[in-house]
Design a protein around this ligand. Structure first.
Ligand code: SAM
Length: 306
């Protein structure tokens, strides 16, 4: 469907849980109160949401979280999404993927994006609070299942100042590496202020040459020919081409990741005119984020669904 600014909005990022087995320092501040069961949208409700989004012409679905592999019923949701006409992707830290990859493939999952900020075991533990080996096992399983794979690393000073090891690793598993600018949220702004590198000077330091833009990803080549993507919402925003909205595991619509407007949709789901209500809310998606003006999302990324 078209929004008020002529953008074709067709991509739903659905957070299926706000629980996570990692605790990445830039993502979700700890401790986070656990959601009450009744506050979580059920799988049936999520299916009904998908029907409504499909009726509006949405055809891309990404399941995220929290850590989506912690959500019971994930495979059923993937199957349902595929039946409703969506191409279904998953964003995961991969630490629980080794045992699940085959099941998710059978359910119809199309692709996997893995978040992996570093290949240094000690740094991984310090920043994300988990075992790097688990994530690597998960990636291996995804490769064995033949999933198209992307590896996403959030740029942080002292964590991945040199992208080389990640680029080489991504290439070795047949994946594309995408570096992501560390984005400020109200709850994690201190960490971000401390750790966000200036991506422009990093690119200069690496002698990276731009080789084009694909959607929201700027592609670069290093002097030895290795390539990587950069997602730069701060220094090279892509709001004018944004085609997505987010739905939290509580059934709240978030039209723009960085704007505080949140619409709780569960109470409206049974209404006969739900699809047209949804359409009018999405049509009002803001034209751009206001990060440069210092307007930060008060909800943390882990609760919205990255
Ligand atoms: N648990 C899953 C994972 O690790 O991929 C899905 C949820 S996580 C919130 C989704 C993505 O958001 C991850 O790639 C994470 O690195 C990214 N993310 C979280 N906080 C961020 C921030 N402040 N800036 C940039 N990316 C962020």
């Amino acid at each position: 469907m078209l929004d008020a600014f002529g953008r074709n909005i067709r991509y739903l990022r659905l957070s299926v849980t706000d629980l996570c087995n990692l605790s990445c320092r830039y993502c979700k501040p700890r401790p986070v109160p656990k959601l009450r069961h009744e506050d979580l949208a059920s799988i049936d409700e999520l299916m009904s949401f998908l029907d409504a989004f499909a009726a509006l012409g949405f055809d891309k679905l990404r399941l995220t979280g929290g850590e989506p592999l912690l959500r019971k019923g994930l495979a059923a949701l993937i199957e349902g999404g595929v039946q409703k006409g969506f191409t279904v992707g998953l964003t995961t830290n991969a630490t629980l993927l080794a045992e699940r990859a085959a099941e998710l493939k059978s359910a119809g999952l199309s692709s996997v994006n893995v978040s992996l900020d570093t290949l240094d075991e000690t740094v991984y533990r310090a920043v994300c609070g988990g075992d790097l080996a688990d994530a690597l096992r998960g990636i291996d399983a995804a490769v064995r299942q033949g999933f198209p794979l992307k590896i996403n690393a959030v740029l942080q000073r002292g964590v991945n100042d040199d992208p080389r090891p990640l680029i080489d690793y991504a290439r070795s598993v047949g994946a594309e590496l995408r570096l992501i600018e560390l984005m400020p949220f109200a709850t994690t702004a201190d960490y971000v202020a401390d750790r966000a590198p200036d991506s422009r000077s990093l690119l200069r330091q690496w002698d990276a040459v731009p080789i084009g833009r694909e959607g929201k990803v700027d592609r670069y080549r290093l002097p030895d020919g290795a390539t990587f993507g950069l997602i730069a919402p701060l220094t090279h925003p892509f709001c004018a081409a944004c085609d997505r909205v987010r739905l939290t595991c509580k059934g709240e619509l978030i039209p723009c990741l960085h704007r505080p407007t949140v619409y709780p949709l569960r109470p409206l789901l049974k209404r006969k005119d739900f699809v047209s209500i949804l359409k009018s809310l999405i049509a009002e998606k803001p034209p751009r984020h206001l990060l440069a003006e210092g307007v930060y999302q008060p909800i943390d990324m882990g609760s919205i669904g990255g």
